[in-house]
Design a protein around this ligand. Sequence first.
Ligand SMILES: NC(=O)NCCC[C@H](N)C(=O)O
Length: 266
Amino acid sequence: MTTTSSPISPSRTALVRRPSPRLAEGLVTHIERRPVDAALALRQWEDYVGVLEAHGWRTREVAPADDCPDGVFVEDTVVMFRNVALISRPGADSRKPETAAVEEAVTALGCSVNRVRGPGTLDGGDVLKTGDTVYVGCGGRTNGAGVAQLRSAFEPLGARVVAVPVTKVLHLKSAVTALPDGTVIGHPPLVDDSSLFPRFLPVPEESGAHVVDLGGGALLMAAGAPRSARLLAALGYTPVEVDISEFEKLEGCVTCLSVRLRGLYA
Ligand SMILES: NC(=O)NCCC[C@H](N)C(=O)O
């Protein structure tokens, strides 16, 4: 009798959360408030989810949080490292109720679950992972106690947590994200100190600094950063553009609309 071991592969599951009918009331901190078109936002969100699915991601909707205007920015509510989910404690009080249903969703997916506890605060948008390095932005929504808890949760699993200041934008990932090869990209006027990153590539537009690695060299980016998209294409990547104008009016970017669970094996 022959036994075959079943192949295991990294998960391509991504959490998303549909926009609240109260989206237009979402928080605005560093930019001027502009009216949000909720119907257009919903279509843009559906397109964004469609792009994830077209690139092989199985999307899992977290239960809607209709009373939380910022609930669609699901990235801020949980940080994944391997199969461990660290449920955040958002720095803005109006966002704290967002985490309960996210915890239920990651538990149902089989993640081990940890939580940031007060007085710690941490927003997932402040956490940038590249390989085993976990950069965490401090200064806005994430405080020192939140960073300490991130270290306690993930360093035993092999993470190297590197804290960096963020003063010019809402979250670390509003300023920088990373290419699949680990190069950190950012629009220099918005980056506090690019010398903190071992390989840094400047991009010419603010939203050009935000990429979601879809796999296979494809990078999900916001429409409206054509020069950055060309630069990334010249490096051998395939930019896939989506219009997220209504979320940008609330300081959202492409990363914040999903959480990819790559460390689960299925
Ligand atoms: N990770 C992110 O970029 N999140 C965007 C959050 C925007 C929301 N209006 C907020 O201020 O919390």
